[in-house]
Write a protein that binds this ligand. Structure first.
Ligand SMILES: O=C(O)CCC(=O)C(=O)O
Length: 291
């Protein structure tokens, strides 16, 4: 099982001590965070290529500690107030942006928003923003795709000469440190977005077991993944609940998933003073086919 860490240019990485789980932590000497920075076209294009190849992209040192702190506080407050249905495996609060400016701010945050526009389409929008806490021993541990396969390979090997349009992808922002597999990282099978089939619910004993990548990183990291890629949250066997906020970007042809969907009305305070880009991301889309 590989443990992949992706760092961007200006971090200095040193080898750290072995953890109790026998894994070597790397220590990142911060000389800055990505949040709010404009990244050059070439770097964005490189990220897009990597995402198309692997079905995901993991970046560390994105959110500042202050941002992480606010997002986590907002999650704790929201959960104390109300919990949505997390299926018994996570403690969930939907539509965080309605009550959390920190979440709303993520939608148009550079350089992730520019990456989303390059990857999905220029007029993409935000279709989902949930936050959750993974209690000890729990997690969304069944392997899955977020949506059914966009194409099905009926026989033989999956094609290697296709590139799927990215209709929808999700950003998992880590709000707690995930230094070891025991902390329940998001795990992924690289390239599986092109397999044209759904994953087995359990990877142990399958031909893909040794392909699992665990995205280990500090709070403030972001794991961005295609809705087609095989992934899960590893069970949280640490002694700290794991916190996460999610923002999903979709094409115009993908509607939002703001529960209860039908007759959902976005509170006016979310958009009335928003800049044009954020307004579009909130759903004020250009007209086009079907509308
Ligand atoms: O908890 C995680 O890291 C993964 C979450 C997940 O699988 C999902 O939201 O679809």
């Amino acid at each position: 099982m590989a443990h992949r860490r992706a760092y961007w240019g200006i971090s200095v990485i040193l080898s750290g001590p072995l953890t109790q789980a026998g894994e070597r932590n790397e220590v990142v000497m911060d000389s800055g965070y990505l949040a709010g920075r404009t990244v050059g076209e070439a770097e964005i294009a490189g990220w897009v290529e990597q995402f198309h190849r692997d079905g995901y992209l993991f970046l560390e040192n994105v959110l500042t500690p202050a941002m992480v702190c606010r997002l986590k506080d907002d999650l704790e407050r929201a959960l104390a107030d109300h919990q949505d249905n997390g299926g018994g495996v996570i403690e969930l609060h939907c539509r965080m942006f309605e009550t959390s400016d920190a979440n709303l701010h993520l939608f148009a945050m550079e350089p992730i928003v520019t990456f989303a526009e390059a990857l999905v389409e220029k007029s993409c929008h935000v279709v989902h923003n949930n936050s959750f806490r993974t209690p000890l021993g729990k997690g969304i541990t069944t392997w899955h795709q977020d949506d059914a396969p966009h194409y099905c390979v009926t026989h033989g090997e999956p094609p290697t000469n296709v590139r799927l349009p990215v209709l929808l992808f999700t950003c998992n922002y880590y709000l707690t440190d995930v230094p070891t597999v025991a902390h329940g990282p998001t795990q992924v099978i690289p390239g599986s977005h092109l397999f044209g089939s759904s994953p087995p619910p359990v990877m142990e004993g399958t031909e893909w077991e040794d392909k699992i990548v665990s995205c280990l990183g500090s709070a403030g990291s972001v794991m961005m993944f295609n809705n087609q890629v095989w992934h899960r949250g590893a069970p949280n066997h640490s002694d700290v609940p794991r916190c996460m906020t999610q923002v999903s970007y979709g094409r115009r042809m993908v509607n939002h998933f703001f529960f209860p969907f039908m007759n959902y009305q976005m509170p006016a305070h979310c958009y009335e003073n928003a800049a044009p880009r954020l307004r579009r991301l909130l759903g004020f889309l250009p007209s086009g086919a079907y509308g």
